[in-house]
Structure formats: structure tokens, C-alpha cells
Design a protein. Structure first.
Length: 210
């Protein structure tokens, strides 16, 4: 969505900006700063500061030696020997050399309970709750889940970014920082009713060497 256009700078009053969703205001602020439109950026600041969760959460700086190198999703999968079926909507693939399923997981959606981690890989689109599941990317993920279930294992790569309110991150995100191709999770895939879940011990204990 292109919120900001130079030809319509005059339209961006504080009232107009206030009518936008928080992610849209953040995007407008970023575009205004990029184009050096300081007045619009300042108005965005006022609107965001007035909202309880207006500012995006800041990631804690990593300690020395913890640097994470993020790459594009396609490059991360390629580093694991996987070629995407479609570079736009594929969220994983099958490694030709050994048939291993490799899937990308949105880091912010990992459920942690003590040392145990779990992730909802796929669920049916019930009453419009998960429209992504019916898209080509969602159907491909379903195929991968079924294959991984038969094999009993799969590999996972964490993708970092900021969610877009009202959308699944596998479908659309406000921003994508990249995928961590160096820390590969050894996933156990299981079926719970009509849902498919991945589980692993911890990101460290469940990792495999690149």
C-alpha cells in the first residue's frame, strides 16, 4: 500500500493521519523521513505518541558474539539446498538431495513453555479465520506438513519482522528483516485434529548444523 505520495502532501493533516491504522501511520512516518518531509514526520510522531502501542517494540540489542546475520527468505532456503516453487508465495520447500522438508517460521509466533517450543504450521480456514490457508502458499504448506508428518521430521528457519495487523505474517507483514539461515531448527511435525504443529526442545537444543 503506497500511503505517501509527494503530489498529495497537502492532504496529510493531523486529522487525516489520525484516521489511519497504527501500521499505516508507521509506514507513512518512514516514507516521510525517507523523502525528508519533516512536517509530516512530526505529525506522525504526535499521532503515534498519543497511542498506547503506537511505537513498534524495539528489539533488545544482542550482546557481543550474538550477532545474527539475516538474509532473504529465498536465499536462506537456498543455503539449505531448497529451491522455492514460487518466489512470491512459497514459505518453504523440499531439499532435492534427501527429500527433507524445510519451512520458514515467523519468529514472533513461536510459542514457548519452559524449554519446549511449538509453532502452528497450518490450520484450515474456518469461517474466514485463516484465508492464507486456501492460497497457493497455504496449500503448499499443507503438502509440506503432510510430507514432514510421514518423514517424522523437518527443518525450520526463523524469519524476523513486524506483523501487519489483521493479516497472517506468512501472507503479509508490515516489514520483514530477513531469515536466519545459520540456526536451523530440527522440527518434529505432528497433527492435532485438522491442524499441523511443529515442536522442538529449544532453539539451541533443537538446532542442526548448516
Amino acid at each position: 500500500m503506497q500511503i505517501f505520495q509527494r503530489a498529495r502532501v497537502a492532504m496529510w493533516t493531523k486529522e487525516k493521519i489520525s484516521s489511519l491504522t497504527t501500521p499505516e501511520v508507521r509506514q507513512l512516518h518512514a516514507n516521510a523521513e525517507r523523502l525528508q518531509e519533516t512536517e509530516i514526520a512530526a505529525l506522525c510522531d504526535e499521532v503515534l505518541d498519543a497511542r498506547p502501542r503506537g511505537r513498534a517494540p524495539q528489539r533488545r540489542p544482542r550482546a557481543k558474539g550474538e550477532a545474527r546475520r539475516l538474509v532473504s527468505r529465498g536465499k536462506a532456503l537456498g543455503m539449505r539446498g531448497v529451491i522455492q516453487r514460487n518466489r512470491f508465495w512459497s514459505r518453504g520447500g523440499v531439499r532435492a538431495s534427501d527429500g527433507t522438508v524445510v519451512m520458514t517460521l515467523w519468529a514472533g509466533d513461536v510459542h514457548r513453555e519452559g524449554a519446549a517450543c511449538s509453532y502452528l504450521l497450518w490450520a484450515p480456514n474456518v469461517d474466514g479465520s485463516r484465508p492464507w490457508s486456501d492460497t497457493p502458499g497455504g496449500q503448499e504448506r499443507l503438502e509440506q506438513c503432510r510430507l514432514a508428518l510421514k518423514r517424522g521430521a523437518a527443518e525450520g528457519l526463523l524469519v524476523y519482522g513486524e506483523r501487519l495487523e489483521g493479516s497472517m505474517p506468512e501472507d503479509k507483514a508490515l516489514s520483514v528483516e530477513g531469515a536466519d539461515a545459520e540456526n536451523v531448527l530440527a522440527l518434529h511435525v505432528e497433527q492435532r485434529a485438522k491442524e499441523y504443529w511443529a515442536t522442538w526442545g529449544t532453539a539451541a537444543a533443537g538446532s542442526v548444523q548448516p
